[in-house]
Design a protein around this ligand. Structure first.
Ligand SMILES: Cc1cc2nc3c(=O)[nH]c(=O)nc-3n(C[C@H](O)[C@H](O)[C@H](O)COP(=O)(O)OP(=O)(O)OC[C@H]3O[C@@H](n4cnc5c(N)ncnc54)[C@H](O)[C@@H]3O)c2cc1C
Length: 487
């Protein structure tokens, strides 16, 4: 299929303002530069841009009308949840509208019998579990950003979290999505049953990074809270010993509720921040959560302790109660801001590698750290093989920025070279467009391009993100004054 590149014919800002003002109340439309500043980037602050207008609808009908208006005028639209994304996926388009969905934040229904929750897209991830708690239920995917990130953003990024090793990613906990097409038509994808008729459109939408439609309602599955959960904390004197221990746990047929690793620098930062009692002398730390019935958990604690000991654990500690369990997780869950206290800025990478490559990849990252003269702290979803190297740099020093970016590219290329992937849970966004060429061949990229064009023929929905649209990129770059967003 040939795509028709959107040529971004300039639309009169006055006309657009007039149309948006007829749809939204004044407090839902932001034009003034200073008021727009909080929206100029997502959590990847390396990339910043301001839109023409920020639209913050309070109802799905208003969001629909904004999309219809932008479609009619050929104006780019970038959907945004809470802006906690780490790939600049929600970064604004300079000639477009940033469509913030955070005000659509009502929990529409919790059905304890069907164990489902129906939500507006701006409901935060944590709020779902908080609301479900009175029924003894919770929502399993738990990004570390869960206090802020929205379920609409989670669906768009197919987000993961600590509990995803056992309970799956967003895609495994999703039943239905109400979506607005780029033309502003409302469609329902998925349903109450496990296997709907026809093409599995829900699977295409999940993880589609705001490129195919705008989510305005989400139905998720809720799970019963496990009877008990305990955390086993283990120190090791090398990351390779800890990495081997992770492999041995999975090989023993035990799937922990969570299995996370931190290297020496990350654990120091987390301990300084959380005072959780992590062993400061360890070179690597594993946090292994075991959940289920009392008997199951007791048996798994014994088995995993034996495996860790056999792999040279230098210390072992088991949480005794819920307060201690939360404290042990607090360090890991706040590892990013904790590392942020060690350096003016940090750049969080997100690649996935086969678990047996952990030691090799960490050695390479350490070598690259010397090469680029930038410190790096490693935090992992170890059970999934999902790396989060946090590259420390100073954004005020352009040379450091360039080195940090190149360091990140090398890590992604390394992930592909060892048989892994350029993304773990954060998506492609703007950040990883070039690395899509390392991951995929032309035929696959053209297939992605065709899917994008089938939903959005004029390429006005979140343009320049997720899929390196080959033909369009060449033409776009040729336009005077256009950004080269690395496509
Ligand atoms: C400290 C920290 C820890 C994190 N930990 C994790 C983690 O453990 N696991 C993980 O997976 N991620 C993690 N993230 C990344 C991020 O929180 C997730 O990707 C999250 O799902 C983004 O949600 P959001 O509402 O902030 O989306 P945004 O950042 O606003 O947007 C993300 C993408 O979704 C699109 N989008 C947003 N809302 C909609 C909508 N309603 N319809 C269509 N498209 C939409 C945007 O266009 C963009 O492409 C972390 C981020 C931070 C800062």
């Amino acid at each position: 299929m040939t795509t028709t590149p959107h040529t971004l014919a300039p639309v009169s800002a006055d006309l657009l303002r007039q149309r948006l003002a007829s749809i939204l109340p004044a407090h839902c439309l932001i034009e003034e530069t200073e008021a727009q500043r909080p929206y100029e980037c997502d959590a990847l602050s390396l990339y910043r841009e301001l839109p023409l207008f920020i639209a913050l609808p309070e109802t799905a009908d208003q969001a629909q009308a904004v999309l219809q208006c932008c479609h009619e005028l050929g104006v780019p639209v970038v959907p945004r949840g809470a802006g906690t994304g780490l790939t600049a996926g929600a970064m604004a388009h300079p000639e477009g509208v940033l469509l913030g969905l955070a005000k659509l934040n009502r929990i529409l229904d919790i059905d304890p019998v069907a164990r489902t929750a129906r939500l507006e897209p701006g409901v935060t991830n944590l709020a779902i579990s908080e609301a479900a708690a009175e029924h003894g239920l919770y929502y399993a995917p738990d990004p570390s950003s869960q206090i802020a990130c929205t379920i609409g953003g989670n669906v768009a990024a197919n987000s993961g979290g600590v509990h995803c090793l056992k309970y799956g990613l967003t895609t495994h906990n999703l039943l239905a999505v109400e979506m607005l097409t780029v033309e502003g038509e409302r469609v329902t994808l998925g349903g109450d049953g496990l296997d709907g008729p026809g093409l599995d459109m829900l699977a295409i939408i999940t993880g589609s990074e705001g490129l195919l439609g705008v989510t305005v309602e989400v139905t998720v599955k809720l799970l019963p809270r496990p009877e008990i959960a305990r955390v086993l904390l283990a120190g090791f004197d090398s990351v390779s010993a800890a990495g081997d221990a992770v492999g041995a746990v999975i090989a023993a047929g035990i799937i922990p509720g969570g299995l996370e690793m931190m290297d020496a620098l990350a654990l120091q930062a987390a301990e300084d921040f959380a005072r959780a009692g992590y062993p400061r002398d360890a070179q690597a730390l594993l946090l292994c959560e075991l959940d289920g019935t009392e008997e199951e958990v007791a048996q798994h604690i014994d088995e995993v302790s034996a495996i860790f000991t056999a792999h040279g654990a230098t210390s072992l500690r088991v949480s005794e109660d819920e307060a201690e369990r939360s404290l042990l997780w607090k360090g890991r869950k706040s590892a990013f801001p904790a590392v942020g206290r060690m350096s003016p800025d940090y750049y969080c990478m997100d690649g996935t590698i086969p678990r047996h490559q952990v030691s090799h990849v960490l050695e390479e990252i350490s070598r690259l750290s010397k090469k680029y003269d930038l410190r790096v702290a490693n935090v992992f979803h170890a059970g999934d093989g999902n790396l989060h190297p946090l590259i420390m740099y100073d954004a005020a020093d352009p040379a450091q920025v360039t080195r940090a970016e190149q360091f990140g590219v090398d890590i992604l290329e390394l992930s592909v070279a060892v048989g892994g992937a350029i993304t773990g849970e954060h998506g492609v966004g703007l950040e990883k467009l070039n690395q899509m060429h390392d991951q995929y061949g032309e035929s696959e990229l053209h297939l992605f391009e065709d899917i994008k064009a089938a939903f959005d023929p004029q390429l006005t929905l979140n343009p320049g993100k997720g899929v390196p649209i080959l033909k369009r990129c060449q033409e776009y770059r040729a336009l005077p004054g256009k950004h080269n967003h690395g496509c």
